[in-house]
Design a protein around this ligand. Structure first.
Ligand code: MG
Length: 237
């Protein structure tokens, strides 16, 4: 298996949800509840990534923006062929179920805290780049005692364009004063892969559960691993 020689790098940028913080259980449960309540004929595992993107957008937009954009927001495959009104009810139910499960069911991926600590001790700069609010990232990091490892946290509120736009990555590199070739970006979604490639950093993708590996593979990250365990082995610290 491929290894990353960390002496070739100065900084690592991390996505949060699905990469460090495991929200897959909450999303799975919310989808299962929604499929049952609305008799949807969809396959849960196939719609995880689409649902994750939808939830991300809904939780970050102010209500007026959601209302104005609801027609486009709900143009998702898993809500195809149903009336607009029912789409709204289904999406609201899904979102509420997700919020109900999120706090209690979500935790950090096993071993990720040790990897972060080891990389930090090797004097690598580390940052969080999330399409969520930076305040949300701060709260999650604090809850799991990870705050000390990160010199920069960037959320959707700190950039004009979120991932897949590379703006957040480039902003972090500029603050660190390092080149793209000296940085690694680790994420779990196709939007992460596109952002990493556009920023020309080393893009490591972990298929931790939200997006299907075949989909991620089509977007051609530099390295694609199956799970956190493989990600840890990749670094060999
Ligand atoms: Mg993610």
């Amino acid at each position: 298996m491929e290894k990353i020689s960390i002496e070739n790098y100065k900084g690592i940028i991390w996505d949060l949800d699905g990469t460090i913080y495991d929200i897959t259980v909450a999303i799975k449960k919310a989808i299962d509840d929604t499929i049952e309540k609305y008799n949807l004929t969809v396959n849960r595992n196939e719609i995880m990534e689409e649902v994750a993107h939808l939830i991300e957008e809904i939780q970050n937009y102010p209500v007026p923006k959601i209302l104005l954009n609801s027609y486009d927001l709900l143009k998702v495959n898993f809500l195809e062929d149903i009336s607009f009104f029912k789409k709204i009810r289904t999406a609201i139910f899904l979102f509420n179920q997700f919020n109900k499960y999120k706090e209690a069911e979500s935790t950090i991926f096993e071993g990720i805290d040790i990897l972060l600590s080891d990389l930090f001790n090797k004097k690598l700069e580390m940052a969080i780049l999330t399409n969520n609010k930076s305040q949300y990232a701060e709260e999650v990091l604090k809850k799991f005692n990870l705050t000390k490892f990160f010199s920069i946290i960037i959320g959707f509120n700190d950039v004009s364009e979120v991932k897949p736009n590379p703006e957040g990555i480039l902003k972090i590199l500029q603050k660190w004063k390092i080149n793209p070739s000296e940085a690694i970006f680790i994420g779990d979604m196709t939007t992460d892969i596109e952002a990493g490639k556009a920023a020309k950093v080393k893009m490591v993708c972990v298929a931790s559960g939200l997006a299907q590996k075949e989909t991620l593979s089509k977007h051609q990250p530099n390295i694609l691993v199956d799970n956190t365990e493989q990600l840890i082995k990749l670094f060999n610290v």
